[in-house]
Design a protein around this ligand. Structure first.
Ligand code: PLP
Length: 404
C-alpha cells in the first residue's frame, strides 16, 4: 500500500494542531473519512435527496435504489446470504439494544442466562442489565487470563440449561485481543444457543465472513470503518429475524395498519421503523468500497506492522506497562507509563498534536479486572506511519522526563 498517497484521500490528516502536524491515534473511537465518503454525502443531498420507499416520483425511486444498493454492498462486504439479513441501525449500540430487547422479550424468562465476556464495551453490558432488571435474567461473565485472552475452559463450563444467548466482542477496544469467535460460536451451538457478536472493532481491521463464522447476529458501526456517524448495521440470520418481534413501531415497518390489527412488513423493513439514514447508508457503502479496494489483507498486514513497531519501541521506555498481550491482537495499544496519570499523558501528548484516548474506554468492568482506573490508548489505522509512531514515542519519553 502506498501510504503517502492514501493519506491524501484524508484531508484532515494534513491539519496542524498547536502548530504540530496532527498525529491521529484515536481510530478505535472513530476513524477519519476519505474524501470520497464526504463527497458521497454532499452528492446525496445535492442530487438524490427524497424520502425513500414510498415515493412514485423519480428522485424518490433513485434514492430508494441507492439505499438498497448500499444494503447489497454491506451484504457482500460481510458475505451475508441475503440482503434481507442486513438491518440498518444507528450503530453497534443500537444493534445490541435491538437484539437484547427483542430477544429477551421473545426468548427469555426469569432465571435465564446470557453469557458475555469481561472485556465487553458498556454497550454490550448495559443493554443486558436493562433486560436483567426487566425480566430477572442473569448475566454470566467469561474471565480472561493475564495476557488478556478469554479463558475458554471457563467459558465451556458457563453453560446450563438456562443459557439462552451468548454476546461477546470480536475484538477488544482496550486490549486489542482478537477473540476466537468462531470457536465461541461453535461451543454455543453445541448447546443450541445463538450468538451475538459485537463487531465494532473487528470489521475495520479483519475480513469478516458471517456465513463462515455462523453467528446469529453481528453488529457494527459505520463511523469506525471510515463511514459516516449515526449509521450502522445489525446482521441477523433470516430465520431469527423472521421469528423475532419488531423493535420499534412506526412507518416503513408495517404491511397494513388498522386500529384492530397491524401486520408487519417483510425483512429487513420490519426492523427499520421511520425514515432511515438513506444518505448515510450510501456513504457507508462508499467507505466499504474504499476499504475493499485497499484490501483488508493489506490493511491488516500494515496495521500489524505498526502495532509490532510501536510495541517494541514502547517496551524500551522505563516503567512502561502495556495492557493486552494476546497472541492475536489488533492495532490497539493500551498503556500506562510509571505512575503518570492517563489524563496527564493524554493532555500533554495532545499539546504535541498527538490524539490518543484516555480513561476507561467504556469498559469499566475490564478496568476493575485489571485493577486500574484507566489507560492511555493509541489505536492505529492503515493511514498511520512509522514516523508518526517515532514522534509518539518521543512524546511519551518527553512527558516521562517532565514527571521525573
Ligand atoms: N463495541 C465496541 C467494542 C466498541 O469499541 C464501541 C465503540 O467504541 C462500541 C461497541 C459502540 O459503538 P457505537 O458507539 O458506534 O455504537
Amino acid at each position: 500500500m502506498d501510504i503517502r498517497s492514501i493519506r491524501k484521500d484524508f484531508p484532515i490528516l494534513s491539519h496542524k494542531i498547536y502548530d504540530s502536524p496532527l498525529i491521529y491515534f484515536d481510530n478505535a473511537a472513530t476513524t477519519q473519512k476519505p474524501r470520497c465518503v464526504v463527497e458521497k454525502i454532499e452528492e446525496g443531498y445535492y442530487n438524490a435527496n427524497a424520502n425513500i420507499h414510498r415515493g412514485v416520483h423519480f428522485l424518490s425511486q433513485e434514492a430508494t435504489e441507492a439505499h438498497e444498493k448500499a444494503r447489497r454492498t454491506v451484504q457482500k462486504f460481510i458475505n451475508a446470504r441475503s440482503s434481507n439479513e442486513i438491518v440498518f441501525t444507528r450503530g453497534t449500540t443500537e444493534s445490541v439494544n435491538l437484539v437484547s430487547s427483542i430477544f429477551a422479550d421473545a426468548c427469555m424468562n426469569e432465571g435465564d442466562e446470557v453469557i458475555v465476556s469481561v472485556m465487553e464495551h458498556h454497550s454490550n453490558i448495559v443493554p443486558w442489565q436493562i433486560q436483567a432488571a426487566r425480566k430477572g435474567i442473569a448475566i454470566k461473565v467469561i474471565p480472561m487470563n493475564e495476557k488478556g485472552e478469554l479463558q475458554m475452559d471457563v467459558y465451556r463450563n458457563l453453560f446450563s440449561e438456562k443459557t439462552k444467548i451468548v454476546a461477546v466482542t470480536h475484538v477488544s477496544n482496550v486490549l486489542g485481543t482478537i477473540n476466537p469467535v468462531k470457536e465461541i460460536i461453535e461451543i454455543a451451538h453445541e448447546h443450541e444457543v445463538p450468538v451475538l457478536i459485537d463487531g465494532a472493532q473487528s470489521v475495520p481491521h479483519l475480513k469478516v465472513d458471517v456465513q463462515d463464522l455462523d453467528a446469529e447476529f453481528y453488529a457494527f458501526s459505520a463511523h469506525k470503518i471510515y463511514g459516516p456517524t449515526g449509521i450502522g448495521v445489525l446482521y441477523g440470520k433470516e430465520e431469527w429475524l423472521d421469528k423475532l418481534p419488531p423493535y420499534q413501531g412506526g412507518g416503513e415497518m408495517i404491511a397494513s395498519v388498522t386500529f384492530e390489527k397491524t401486520t408487519f412488513n417483510e425483512l429487513p423493513f420490519k426492523f427499520e421503523a421511520g425514515t432511515p439514514d438513506f444518505i448515510g447508508s450510501t456513504a457507508m457503502a462508499e467507505a466499504l468500497n474504499y476499504i475493499s479496494a485497499l484490501g483488508l489483507d493489506n490493511i491488516a498486514a500494515w496495521e500489524n506492522e505498526l502495532l509490532q513497531y510501536a510495541t517494541e519501541k514502547l517496551n524500551t521506555i522505563e516503567h512502561m506497562r502495556i495492557f493486552g498481550q494476546a497472541r492475536h491482537k489488533s492495532s490497539v495499544l493500551s498503556f500506562l507509563a510509571g505512575d503518570i496519570h492517563h489524563y496527564d499523558m493524554g493532555m500533554l501528548l495532545d499539546r504535541l498534536g498527538i490524539a490518543v484516548r484516555t480513561g476507561h474506554h467504556c469498559a469499566q468492568p475490564l478496568m476493575q479486572a485489571l485493577g486500574i482506573e484507566g489507560t492511555v490508548r493509541a489505536s492505529f489505522s492503515f493511514y498511520n506511519t512509522k514516523e508518526e509512531i517515532d514522534a509518539f514515542v518521543a512524546g511519551i519519553e518527553r512527558v516521562c522526563k517532565m514527571f521525573h
